[in-house]
Ligand binder design. Structure first.
Ligand SMILES: NC(=O)c1ccc[n+]([C@@H]2O[C@H](COP(=O)([O-])OP(=O)(O)OC[C@H]3O[C@@H](n4cnc5c(N)ncnc54)[C@H](OP(=O)(O)O)[C@@H]3O)[C@@H](O)[C@H]2O)c1
Length: 331
């Protein structure tokens, strides 16, 4: 395979946000876009110079010209689109949160493994150059053993009950939309979680305005994470070690700088700008892995996605919130 041909499903905010980044990915081509509404697909294709537009998801999924499907629908609509793509032998890159439920995530992972196709959660943060640098700093032992992660992800949004972020039906709430980021970072640095304590405050729509989570990881690491739509915060995160700490400079989910602090040594700043808007790095990973014939990314493996989904679901339960996967009409 020379060029990996990408198709986008869903023409909302993030689909528009990422489209321009394909130009920075060697070996990738953004070939098609699909919407439930033909005019939206046509306009998206015109705006982002995408060669093909489809007025239904099914047409894109059935197209022999697509190798990998980037799924940019709301969380409860991820599962069905992913399963339909996998059934047709297509690779999938599924936006975060991977699904609305842990059961839905397991279905997608099982289907991808059974079919032998590539699947990954679009957790772009893990692929950013300074996050890769932070992993190296840890691997070299510069901050000793990692024993904790602390951070916030406040992203103020005015409450609009019908918007996806606040609608229970569309999988809204701070836990799946924001919490997925710090929990993902904590899982990346500290691994499996054995105890979860989550407290949230809710909107009248029944989803979380904000939540705070304390995690005890299998190796006794401790994470303390807070996130929400109803306040402002820096989006700071630190990785705590026995010999120092790494500050992932705000906003930590798309940083361009980290500072390594070590006892008795001047802080060391590492800077690396993301290419494009920062999504190019996850697209490059998927493109490269598909070309190699791999079915998973070692940087964002499906086992990590399932572990993060398990934490998210437990956190939702403790907050009194349940979500469901939605049936998607492929058109
Ligand atoms: N990585 C990031 O930085 C980032 C940022 C924002 C969002 N996201 C993730 O991306 C996903 C989409 O978020 P978004 O902000 O782009 O949402 P959005 O603006 O609401 O767009 C979602 C799109 O999904 C399609 N869709 C399919 N079924 C739908 C339904 N029942 N109701 C509404 N839309 C439906 C629609 O496209 P058509 O009408 O064209 O079919 C819609 O435009 C979420 O999972 C979110 O967490 C990731």
């Amino acid at each position: 395979m020379t060029t990996v041909r990408w198709g986008i499903v869903g023409t909302g905010a993030i689909a528009h946000g990422v489209a321009g980044d394909f130009q920075f990915v060697p070996g990738a081509e953004l070939t098609a876009v699909a919407s439930r509404t033909w005019a939206k697909a046509r306009d998206f294709a015109a705006e982002h110079q995408v060669p093909k537009a489809f007025g239904s998801y099914r047409e894109l999924l059935d197209s022999p010209d697509i190798d990998v499907v980037y799924i940019a629908t709301p969380h409860p609509q991820h599962r069905d689109v992913a399963l339909a793509a996998i059934e047709r032998g297509k690779a999938v890159l599924v936006e975060k949160a991977f699904t609305a439920t842990l059961a839905g995530a397991r279905q997608v992972v099982d289907a991808a493994r059974a079919k032998g196709v590539f699947a990954m959660e679009a957790m772009w943060t893990r692929f950013l150059p300074v996050i890769a640098a932070a992993r190296e700093v840890v691997a070299w032992g510069r901050i000793g053993d990692v024993v904790g992660v602390q951070g916030d992800l406040y992203a103020f949004r005015e409450y609009q009950p019908d918007h996806r972020l606040f609608s229970r039906e569309l999988g809204g709430g701070a836990i799946l939309d924001l919490g997925v980021y710090p929990i993902n970072v904590a899982q990346a640095f500290l691994g499996e979680v054995k105890e979860i304590d989550c407290r949230a405050r809710l909107y009248p729509s029944g989803v979380e305005r904000a939540a705070t989570v304390n995690l005890v990881h299998a190796g006794e690491g401790l994470s303390s994470l807070t996130f929400g739509f109803d306040g402002y915060g820096p989006g700071r995160l630190i990785v705590v070690g026995t010999k120092g700490w790494i500050e992932i400079e705000p906003r930590f989910h798309h940083p361009s700088m980290i500072t390594v602090h070590r006892n008795g040594v001047l802080p060391r700043i590492i800077e690396a700008m993301p290419t494009g808007r920062g999504y190019s790095h996850e697209f490059a990973e998927v493109t490269q892995r598909i070309r190699e014939g791999a079915t998973e990314s070692p940087t964002m493996p499906l086992s990590d996605t399932l572990e993060v989904m398990r934490v998210l679901e437990k956190c939702l339960r403790q907050s009194g919130v349940t979500h469901q996967e939605a049936a998607v009409d492929l058109g």
